[in-house]
Design a binder for this molecule. Structure first.
Ligand SMILES: [Zn+2]
Length: 113
């Protein structure tokens, strides 16, 4: 069982939480202006990094707050948690940088094997 660090309550068992998808997904300013492809990309295209992944969680059976957490998808360990609306902790790769593999070597993106 995972222990998830709520920024308000501290580490609690995962049964108290609800996963709410990838964090830091910006909603389109004018959704009606998007074509079907762009709308589909907004709804369904998500990163799937091996390493730190910014996730939105809700402490459903606790304080009820939404928050973001960085979980390493390789080790399944949480490395940070912060309130929704706060800036992602310094020194962690952003979703945008993971979307640009041409800017990063495979070793930089995925780490040493
Ligand atoms: Zn909480």
């Amino acid at each position: 069982m995972l222990l998830i660090p709520c920024p308000i309550c501290g580490a609690r068992p995962e049964a108290e939480f609800t996963y709410a998808g990838e964090a830091h997904i910006a909603r389109p300013v004018d959704p009606a202006a998007l074509d079907d492809h762009a709308w589909g990309e907004f709804l369904y295209a998500r990163t799937n990094p091996k390493g730190d992944h910014a996730e939105r969680w809700r402490h459903t059976h606790g304080c009820g707050r939404f928050f973001n957490a960085l979980r390493n998808t390789h080790t399944d360990r949480f490395t940070a948690s912060y309130l929704a609306g706060a800036t992602r902790p310094h020194g962690t790769p952003t979703t945008e940088s993971l979307d640009a593999p041409a800017m990063r070597s495979e070793t930089e993106q995925w780490g040493q094997a």
